[in-house]
Structures are given as structure tokens and as C-alpha cells.
Design a protein around this ligand. Structure first.
Ligand code: SF4
Length: 212
């Protein structure tokens, strides 16, 4: 059984899959407490569902793209079976994970979206950088940036691990915390090999709306 906070059908708001229809499976619980967290409602609330029940619900939306998210989805052991079975059922499976937990047991067909924590999250000491060695070319690494310090830190991590030669890098500005054009300006000035992204779901709907 897995504790599930919500399952919903919406538009993917981030990553290179941004704009695509997607079913989201949000699992309950997180080991981190980022300062800018917008999903605190997923820390404790949820219902116990079997892997079979989750897959049936996902199938009911008739959409091939599924994202497993949280909270931190890798904290629940059965998530690995869920992802494997979704892949077996020919779903394209995205895993949004904080980067604080090893991805070594994640099915290789799953696309990992690793969200390394920048200093303004106050959780940057929890990053598990050994994950870099496990990344596949289909995976993505995201940096959520709320200040120039976050930007410089992210740039140094990319350089240290040669990350942009391994995977697609996403830079996202923290909604309401930093001017979008400031981040874009720094990227262009440094000619940084990253993809800038907006969290488009926060523009389509009320930024505080859940289940979208
Ligand atoms: S990892 Fe994600 S869900 Fe957990 S506290 Fe940070 S932003 Fe919130």
C-alpha cells in the first residue's frame, strides 16, 4: 500500500514536458522542509491505496504521461513497484524527486527529474550528490532559484559535476521571490547551457490552487 495525497489530471507545469497533458500521483510525506515549499499539504494527509488501485485510477484519465511526485515520493518502498508497473503498462513515467534520496533502485525506464536544493531552501546540506553518477541522458536536473547566491551556487554545481554534459538542466525562478528577467539576464550573461522555465501552472490557475 502507498499513502497517496492526491491523483489528478492536469497540464505539466515544469520540465521539458511542460505544457503536456499529465496525470499526477502525489505521494504523502517529505523528509525536507524547504523554505519555499508549496506542497506542505502533502506532508501528512493522504489515503492508503494499493498499487493496482493507483494504476486503475491513472488509466481512467486516458493519458500516457504520468508524474510521480510528492512530498518526496522515494520515501515509500512500494513506489518502486508502482513505477515499474506503470512502465510495464507503457506509460511514460516522470519521477520528481528532491535529490536527497538515492535513485539507484528506480526503474531505468523512468525519467528522473532531480531537484537539487539551492541555499535559499535551507535544505542544501541534504543534497545527495552521488545521484549524479546514476543519471541517464533522458533525466533532468532542476535548480529552483530565489537569489543571486542560489544562481551562483547552481552554476558551481553544474561546473563541478559537468552536469550540462550529462543531462538537460532546468533553471526555475521561485514564484514571487525573484524577478524572472533577472534570472534570464544572468543566464545570458554567462552563456549558461541551461533551460529557463516558468512554473506555468502558477500562471494558468491561482498560484495557491492545489490539484492542478
Ligand atoms: S522537497 Fe519538495 S515537498 Fe519537500 S519540503 Fe521541499 S519543496 Fe516541499
Amino acid at each position: 500500500m502507498l499513502k497517496v495525497n492526491e491523483i489528478f489530471y492536469s497540464i505539466q507545469g515544469e520540465s521539458t514536458y511542460s505544457g503536456e497533458r499529465c496525470v499526477f500521483v502525489r505521494l504523502t510525506g517529505c523528509n525536507l522542509r524547504c523554505t519555499y515549499c508549496d506542497t506542505e499539504y502533502a506532508f501528512y494527509d493522504g489515503d492508503e491505496l494499493s498499487v493496482t488501485a493507483i494504476i486503475e485510477k491513472v488509466k481512467s484519465y486516458n493519458c500516457n504521461l504520468v508524474e510521480i511526485t510528492g512530498g518526496e515520493p522515494l520515501l515509500q518502498n512500494e513506489v518502486y513497484i508502482l513505477m515499474e508497473k506503470l512502465c510495464d503498462n507503457n506509460f511514460t513515467v516522470l519521477l520528481e524527486t528532491s535529490g536527497s534520496v538515492s535513485i539507484k533502485d528506480v526503474d531505468k525506464r523512468v525519467i528522473n527529474i532531480l531537484d537539487f536544493k539551492t541555499p535559499s531552501s535551507k535544505m542544501d546540506n541534504k543534497n545527495y550528490f552521488q545521484n549524479v553518477e546514476l543519471l541517464k541522458t533522458s533525466d533532468e536536473v532542476k535548480f529552483v532559484i530565489g537569489s543571486k547566491e542560489d544562481y551562483d551556487w547552481s552554476k558551481s554545481i553544474i561546473q563541478k559535476y559537468d552536469l550540462d554534459k550529462k543531462v538537460k538542466i532546468l533553471f526555475s525562478s521561485i514564484f514571487g521571490k525573484i524577478e524572472h528577467n533577472a534570472l534570464v539576464k544572468w543566464i545570458l550573461e554567462d552563456n549558461l547551457n541551461v533551460k529557463y522555465q516558468l512554473q506555468i501552472h502558477k500562471y494558468i490557475w491561482d498560484p495557491n490552487k492545489t490539484g492542478v
